[in-house]
Ligand binder design. Structure first.
Ligand SMILES: NC(=O)C1=CN([C@@H]2O[C@H](COP(=O)(O)OP(=O)(O)OC[C@H]3O[C@@H](n4cnc5c(N)ncnc54)[C@H](O)[C@@H]3O)[C@@H](O)[C@H]2O)C=CC1
Ligand SMILES: O=C(CO)COP(=O)(O)O
Length: 370
């Protein structure tokens, strides 16, 4: 990838702006599209995005505009970071201005509420481009930490390995390392599902429960995530990688996570109505609960933790009663793993932890697989 590749980033919230910085610091020629002209002006002139990334200086070469046509003109790669529920309407607006042959990359971690579709499938349905020109990026990527240039990794996924590698080369710099895979289903569902487990962790934190409960929810949550994603065709290893376990750890541990924060407020007794009012930024998990449970039911996948999150959101479960299992479940004792699982016993889980940390340490070379 030659430095100076023309790239557009759509969405100037915390992740879109941070990703624009990642790409610009990697040598790309980046134009960031913001809906609001005053935000585009602040980014271009003051090199700041004070609403979303307070205290961060943005790269000198990064340009911003509120004109979608100007942002997209000549862009070979288009990275999209708008709230998942608004993706479809934004793609319709963007389509007339897309350069022929452009690659579209989803940075989002939600499913469309009305259809249950993953973001790459919404892109494939709305835009007249082949799936080989679509990619998705996911990983333990709390925006503010990356904007401060704290090192991390992510996975770029596309059914075309060539596309994934080209995108990964663009999205690599001294503090951000991109790996590649071709498991788009696992990569995208990893990002969607860890949000729901992070809401559950926030709830138990808000209630005041301790580390045993949280560790149990994280571990059982990873089983739910894996069973769900595998039922839809994902490789289980993807869920043990950066886009699964890696992101689950980051999101469940960090007060920077909006999903975790929303859960904590619910656990402290706020109603979902009050929580939505308080959250200034996109909280994908809240919109994903219902479609994910519908998709799980369609494949017969049990998701007791996500089900309890739904009940807390609906006000039918007291947050104090949330547990890593359904407390009403009186079935016979089961093994820790359900279907594909005996291969994923404790040794495999330790292996997955170790791989994740090894990958985080292993920066600096070309894109490898996750
Ligand atoms: N913030 C983070 O640390 C990370 C976020 N993500 C994902 O990135 C996506 C975007 O999230 P954030 O940037 O964090 O959200 P955000 O709330 O910080 O920013 C969202 C941006 O989209 C704009 N927006 C809102 N409604 C819109 C609409 N209808 N059309 C166009 N733009 C609209 C907002 O004005 C704002 O600029 C989400 O799917 C999230 O899961 C992924 C990795 C990390
Ligand atoms: O996806 C994220 C970290 O990888 C950001 O999580 P939140 O959307 O919960 O802030």
């Amino acid at each position: 990838m030659l430095p100076g590749t023309r790239v557009a980033v759509l969405g100037a919230g915390s992740w879109g702006t941070t990703f624009a910085k990642i790409l610009a610091d990697g040598g790309a020629d980046v134009v960031l599209w913001a809906r609001r002209p005053e935000l585009a002006r602040e980014i271009s002139e003051a090199r700041r995005n004070s609403d979303y990334l307070a205290g961060i200086n943005l790269p000198v070469g990064l340009r911003a505009t509120a004109r979608l046509d100007l942002a997209l003109a000549g862009a070979e790669y288009v990275f999209v970071s708008v709230p998942s529920q608004s993706l479809r309407e934004n793609l319709i607006l963007a389509e007339p201005f897309l350069a022929p042959g452009a690659v579209i990359v989803s940075l989002m971690k939600g499913v469309e509420r009305t259809t249950g579709m993953r973001m790459s499938t919404v892109i494939e349905e709305v835009l007249p481009i082949s799936p080989e020109r679509i990619a998705a990026i996911s990983g333990p990527n709390l925006a503010l930490e990356i904007a401060k240039e704290q090192p991390t990794g992510a996975v770029v996924s596309s059914i075309s390995l060539e596309t994934a590698q080209a995108v990964a080369k663009l999205a690599t710099n001294k503090y951000f390392r991109s790996y590649v895979n071709t498991d788009v289903i696992g990569t995208e569902f990893g990002g969607v599902l860890k949000n729901l487990i992070a809401v559950a962790i926030g709830i138990v934190d808000g209630v005041g429960f301790g580390e045993n409960t949280k560790a149990s929810i994280i571990t059982r949550g990873l089983v739910e995530m894996t069973d769900f994603a595998v039922a839809y065709g994902a490789h289980p290893e993807t869920l043990s990688g950066l886009a699964g376990l890696g992101d689950l750890i980051a999101t469940c541990q960090s007060p920077l996570s909006r999903n975790n924060t929303a859960g904590r407020l619910l656990g402290q007794g706020y109603s979902i109505h009050d929580v939505v009012k308080q959250m200034q930024q996109t909280t994908e998990g809240l919109a994903s609960v219902k479609p994910v449970l519908e998709l799980a039911a369609a494949k017969g996948v049990a998701m007791p933790i996500v089900e309890q999150v739904r009940q807390v959101l609906d006000g039918t479960l007291n947050p104090r009663d949330i547990a890593p299992h359904l407390t009403t479940d009186s079935s016979e004792p089961q093994g820790e793993r359900t279907k594909d699982g005996q291969a994923h016993g404790s040794a495999a889980l330790w292996g997955a932890f170790k791989r994740t940390f090894d990958q985080l340490r292993n920066g600096g070379r070309g894109p490898g697989s996750d």
